[in-house]
Design a protein around this ligand. Structure first.
Ligand SMILES: [Zn+2]
Ligand SMILES: [Zn+2]
Length: 292
């Protein structure tokens, strides 16, 4: 199973669950259970808990799914030979994890691995966001934004309703405790609504323009054939539009597992010689297979 042993990331992930549990506690025990409107409580309680469950499930999937790690230490003579490289082809070797980097892969210093289509390392999900777990990360940001919005709306209604009524009938807690719990929930929900909706928008934009966060930062010229818009969404969410897109339990069918695709730069005819492979392995970062 994929799990990153990073103290800071594990702490951030635990804080995330705690914040969701806190919101659930306030929504249920401060607002919905003491309410005398049974239908309102059941509908909102069910909706909030379903969304919170989907948010946590997406969080677990994002955290425990291999984001697209390149096999460690695959820069061996046998592997290079199996690639059947031709003079003029360019392949990259990662000096840190000693692997042959496919196009668009980046090394993450927290995961200590090269990750395919790495977008960024997110401490909140204690994992890199890459080719194979981007869907779960997008769902996580979406469900957190939705529960935040839902909580804010409920707090709004609660204040409206309770200002007219007697405060003691409105909550099973004392009025000062109720107000403090509700204000903290408001603050948390507002903060996370802003943060996760910006993240959600950025991620969907990345998918639709087929450009990862790292590539955007580096202003990298695309060496890959761009799949944009709706097609990009289909690739990231695993198939044609369906309810499965919103389901954190459904797997991606089209996970690519291509090892390392070399970029061809010159017409080539010959396959590399043993000495050239050895020369390549002894060098450090980027190597262009050039024939004199
Ligand atoms: Zn690496
Ligand atoms: Zn990482």
């Amino acid at each position: 199973m994929w799990f990153i042993r990073d103290g800071c990331g594990i702490a951030c992930a635990v804080v995330t669950w705690m914040l969701v549990f806190y919101a659930d506690f306030v929504v249920l025990l401060v607002m919905l259970v003491p309410s005398r409107d049974y239908v309102y409580s059941v509908i909102n309680g069910t909706l909030f808990n379903t969304l919170a469950f989907l948010a946590l499930a997406s969080h677990f999937r994002a955290m425990l799914t291999d984001p697209g790690a390149v096999p460690k230490g695959n820069a061996t003579k046998e592997f290079i030979e199996s690639l059947q490289l031709k003079p003029g082809q360019v392949v990259y070797k990662c000096p840190k994890c000693c692997s042959i980097k496919p196009d668009r892969a980046h090394h993450c210093s927290v995961c200590k691995r090269c990750i395919r289509k790495m977008d960024h390392h997110c401490p909140w999900v204690n994992n890199c966001v890459g080719e194979n777990n981007q869907k779960y990360f997008v769902l996580f940001t979406m469900y957190i934004a939705l529960i935040s919005l839902h909580a804010l709306i409920m707090v709004g209604f609660h204040f409206l309703y309770c200002f007219e009524e007697d405060w003691t009938k409105c909550s099973s807690f004392s009025p000062p405790t109720t107000v403090i719990l509700l204000i903290l929930l408001c603050f948390e929900a507002l903060l996370f609504l802003i943060f996760t909706s910006v993240m959600f928008g950025t991620q969907v934009h990345s998918i639709c323009t087929d450009e990862t966060g790292i590539e955007r930062l580096k202003n990298q010229k695309p060496t890959w054939e761009k799949i944009s818009g709706w097609e990009g969404m289909k690739v990231a969410f695993g198939g044609a539009f369906s309810l499965g897109w919103f389901n954190p339990f459904s797997n991606l069918d089209c996970e690519s597992s291509a090892p390392a695709e070399a970029v061809e730069t010159a017409p080539a005819s010959e396959i590399l010689t043993q000495e050239e492979i050895e020369q390549f392995l002894s060098r450090d970062v980027a190597i262009q297979m050039l024939h004199e």
